[in-house]
Design a protein around this ligand. Structure first.
Ligand code: OVM
Length: 405
């Protein structure tokens, strides 16, 4: 392998397992080691190429021609193995197919459409937070982070009320499914048939209420020439990516604020900083930690003086959470600081596949943090914090907190 400057550069090899419990629990020491080892590290256990620097991951996300998504954005190479579910028309697609699907979804998740949800989301966030703050102690995951998105998002989509508990189970499968078939993936596949059947049934055009985003998506898809089955598959993306991601994000947000009292005080002093605080959470403790791409040709990664060539047809593992703490990009990256400009983080991706629901995610984060800052003078940890391990998502299973009204 020869770099642009004519130097022969080999990627270092590591036997690090980014899907073992130790790494999933605390990925940050592993991230630092990967970033420092070079622009690319070959992970021998999984035979994939790992990237952990901000500039390189940003460039890969913006180059779908060389780093494709249609071979899957998890460890499984769809060209060699059958995926565990039919591929997403949005996530697991490349231009021009992706461009077409994305335009349909974008027509539904427009800024005005999300703005119309604001008052209702804010009211329900304040109602939920008020009832929890009145109690003094509560579990910020089980009683807040896990309750709010599961209540407001399916209502906005227009999903049936019965069986919504399947949404969390399905998302656990989806996000574990981007990793290897380890104990986490296997655990989430228990009851898979029943869960997948509920998801499929509730993505059908006649299953969603006529005034919600689901019906709007079906209409936009039909207009674009998609079949009803394809439209249902597009709606499946909402149900896959719209709930668990925000559950993890809200849990991480409360955890960051409870662990950094000075930052909570700053938010309290000026609740209008809620949106910026949520953005810093996405950088500092990214709910979505990783995605893969697959090379379509031999391609160089890194700066000209240290570039490594990755061969064609290889899986490339992008550590978004590591990019978000890359000292080459951020001052004091390990400092949680709601006053910093966190924009440019890769917690919501970048390029053509950047999170299409990001305005809705930010709205949910903003209204919850605004409500909390408005109602709780103090926020403290009140018991053992338990991680919820997932091959892609980083967050908590339990976060006992004590608040002072
Ligand atoms: C999808 C999908 C599933 C999981 C995540 C995601 C973060 C999309 O089915 O399209 O985006």
């Amino acid at each position: 392998m020869t770099s642009a400057t004519g130097l022969r550069v080999e990627a270092p090899t590591s036997d690090l397992d980014p899907f073992c419990d130790e790494f999933l629990t605390d990925p940050y020491p592993g991230h630092a080691a990967l970033r420092e080892a070079g622009p690319v590290v070959y992970l021998s256990r999984y035979r994939v190429w790992a990237l952990a620097r901000h500039a390189d991951i940003d460039a890969v996300l913006k180059d779908p021609e060389a780093f494709c998504s249609s071979a899957g954005v998890g460890l499984t190479d769809f060209r060699k193995e059958t995926p565990w579910r039919p591929p997403s028309l949005l996530l697991e697609a490349d231009p021009p197919d992706h461009t077409r699907a994305r335009s349909v979804v974008s027509r539904v998740l427009t800024p005005p459409a999300v703005r119309r949800l604001r008052d209702e989301f804010a009211r329900r966030a304040d109602e939920l937070v008020a009832s929890l703050v009145a109690r003094g102690e509560f579990d910020a995951v089980g009683e807040l982070a896990e309750v709010f998105p599961v209540a407001v998002f399916p209502d906005a989509v227009g999903l049936a009320v019965d069986g919504r508990e399947h949404l969390m189970a399905y998302a656990a499968m989806v996000f574990n499914g981007f990793g290897p078939r380890n104990a986490h993936f296997e655990r989430s596949l228990r009851n898979a048939e029943q869960v997948q059947a509920w998801i499929a049934a509730n993505c059908e055009p006649d299953a969603v209420s006529p005034d919600g985003l689901g019906a709007k998506l079906h209409a936009a898809a039909r207009e674009e020439g998609y079949s009803p089955a394809e439209a249902a598959r597009l709606l499946r993306s909402f149900l896959s990516a719209g709930v668990d991601t925000t559950v993890y994000a809200l849990g991480n947000a409360v955890a960051c604020l409870a662990e950094h009292p000075d930052q909570y005080a700053a938010l309290r002093a000026d609740p209008s900083r809620a949106r910026a605080a949520f953005e810093e959470v996405l950088r500092f403790r990214s709910p979505v930690q990783t995605f893969f791409r697959t090379t379509t040709r031999p391609v160089e990664v890194g700066a000209p003086d240290d570039a490594v060539t990755i061969p064609a047809g290889e899986k490339v593992l992008l550590f978004l959470g590591a990019a978000n703490r890359d000292p080459r990009r951020w001052a004091d990256p390990d400092q949680f600081d709601i006053g910093r400009r966190a924009v440019g983080h890769l917690g919501l991706g970048a390029g053509p596949h950047a999170c299409v629901g990001q305005m809705m995610a930010r709205l949910e984060g903003e209204v919850i943090l605004t409500a909390l800052a408005g109602r709780a003078a103090e926020l403290h940890l009140a018991g053992p914090v338990r991680p919820r391990l997932n091959n892609t998502l980083h967050g908590l299973d339990s976060l006992p907190v004590r608040v002072v009204a």
